[in-house]
Design a protein around this ligand. Sequence first.
Ligand code: HEC
Length: 161
Amino acid sequence: MKFVLRSITCCLAALSLWGSAATAGQAGAANDANGSWPLAKQLWIQNCMGCHTATGGGIAGKVPPLAHSLGYFEQVPGGREYVMRVPGASNSALSDQQLADVLNWLLTTMNREALPPRFKPYTAAEVAAHRRPAYADVAPRRAALVRELQRRGIRNVAAAY
Ligand code: HEC
């Protein structure tokens, strides 16, 4: 019975993922200069989605949302690096190119309204230069960035999640 329940939950998760992936795919297609979006999405599913959830909405009290939130970090000094150095990204099994692809996918499909006008996609070389070491002290760094965003009148990134 437990197994059946688990399969049902799994199918529901897959269905809702399929729905959001279809939308994201449409949104991303126009931006997809090198045709790597389906791969980036696959990498997200395998490496990040388990914690951050299919919609990128996060888990209250545990995991921050990435959708409609992450892009704002790109607007303040230090934010671009923060995104590469949080442990979930920095320590993932993804190669530098793959991490760049996943971050670019997240930012340009789930965060369009949050990005600065002149956002430049991450490159493998940039990720290689900055992803390590992973932050040992994420909370104070995140708090400082959120304070800076708020100082600039941007309140879309939750201080607590
Ligand atoms: C084991 C669960 C887990 C996995 C897997 C995971 N993350 Fe995270 N992620 C977190 C948690 C928890 C945080 C909050 C910061 C912290 O405590 O590290 C976070 C924070 C982040 C942040 C900063 C968001 C913010 O608002 O501060 C980014 C960016 C991020 N993760 C990207 C990724 C990417 C990309 C992947 C896949 C390569 C990934 N994460 C995989 C749990 C996870």
